[in-house]
Ligand binder design. Structure first.
Ligand SMILES: *[C@@H]1O[C@H](CO)[C@@H](O)[C@H](O)[C@H]1NC(C)=O
Ligand SMILES: *[C@@H]1O[C@H](CO)[C@@H](O)[C@H](O)[C@H]1NC(C)=O
Length: 347
């Protein structure tokens, strides 16, 4: 196992000022699979059976109704799948299915990221500015947001810093360069990826300082008005509060599906659970649920990797023992005639 700092630095490395970067203290930790189900308390609150399937990690109080502020995941949860045991937030994304030549679908599993332990899930990053001193303000109770747009099927209109990387090899260090640089694509990779596919989903970093949510779950947050978060670009006057940069990394294990004879003649066979076979609909959802001021303490202490004296941690065994039963009973595994929710490729 490699040191988390090195891996984390390498994960975002190369193309930014590398000296700053090598010392960038970023939290990078495993949140294992909690549940795979058709719930979306952000976009479809109260609905049992959201239009598309998600993979969810974090606190086990994830539910169809999670009313801001009054439903506090850090109080409602009894466990979390994240390494940092004070983090009862929920992090979720769409799932990927493989569509075979005969039209059947099978879910593409996930690998745990390099240097981490657990089961599937998401690698979560909370990144402070690279200068090592600019302060960021932790999310407030009730805070939630969405990045990306599940309905997009073209690159036009996509938010920044959401992409895929085709990994050449599982064994080697696959993290050679900052996310969404080099050969990374907004679309699904067009060829088989021997080491799987890395999705990175990065959230905006400026907050209006007032609203923990907004009707589109986006307009209470914004990107820096000039420059970048990484270079401490200023936040716009409308959204003056500098947040940590939240990023998800998901490693999709495509190895079972890389045989070219399985690929349809019509093109690449991967489909997001909303029926998106372009990849442009990739999106991520977040509901803050850290206990008390734990996240602020971690940011102030410049916690790095997945161990920090300012925070409590749990073992991978404890984290993966945290599970939630799907609220919607349906088959999500094995060969299926349709993606859960009656979804098909090209929708
Ligand atoms: C989710 O909400 C339902 C009621 O809508 C409740 O019965 C169930 O216990 C809740 N599950 C969790 C994990 O809180
Ligand atoms: C469809 O193709 C897959 C992969 O070749 C195969 O495993 C599956 O059994 C097929 N399903 C049907 C219904 O023929």
């Amino acid at each position: 196992m490699k040191g988390s700092l090195l891996v984390a630095a390498a994960a975002l490395g190369a193309q930014h000022a590398s000296a700053q970067y090598a010392t960038a203290a970023m939290m990078r930790f495993q949140c294992s699979q909690l549940v795979i189900e058709r719930l979306d308390p952000l976009v479809n609150p109260g609905v049992l059976g959201s239009p598309h399937l998600h993979q969810v990690v974090g606190g086990n109080s994830f539910n169809a109704t999670m009313t801001p502020v009054q439903y506090d995941p850090s109080k409602e949860s009894t466990c979390t799948t994240c390494t940092f045991s004070e983090d009862f937030s929920n992090y979720w994304t769409a799932n990927i299915y493989f569509r075979a030549r005969n039209g059947s679908y099978k879910r593409v599993p996930q690998m745990v990221n390099l240097g981490l332990q657990g089961k599937g899930g998401v690698t979560v990053y909370y990144i402070p500015p690279y200068d090592g001193k600019t302060k960021v303000t932790a999310f407030k109770p009730g805070f939630r947001m969405l990045v990306g747009d599940a309905s997009l099927r073209t690159e036009k209109g996509m938010q920044k810093q959401i992409c895929h990387r085709c990994l050449p090899n599982v064994e080697q260090n696959p993290f050679g360069g900052a996310p969404c640089t080099g050969d990374d694509t907004a679309a699904f990779p067009s060829k088989p990826c021997p080491g799987g596919i890395r999705s990175t989903i990065t959230f905006p970093t400026c907050w209006d300082g007032k609203n923990v949510d907004s009707p589109d779950h986006k307009s209470h947050v914004a990107y820096p008005s000039s420059g970048s978060f990484e270079t401490t670009g200023p936040c716009p006057a409308s959204h003056p509060v500098r947040l940590p940069q939240l990023m998800y990394e998901v490693i999709w294990d495509t190895r079972e599906f890389n045989d070219p004879s399985m690929w349809p003649e019509t093109g690449q066979p991967l489909v997001y659970s909303m029926g998106d076979n372009t990849g442009y609909g990739q999106h991520g959802d977040y509901i803050f649920g850290w206990k008390g001021d734990a996240l602020q303490r971690a940011l102030d202490a410049r916690c790095t990797g997945d161990r920090c004296s300012a925070l409590t941690t749990q073992t991978a065994e404890q984290a993966t023992a945290c599970q939630k039963q799907p609220a919607v009973k349906e088959e999500t595994e094995g060969w299926l005639d349709a993606i859960p929710g009656g979804v098909h490729a090209g929708m």
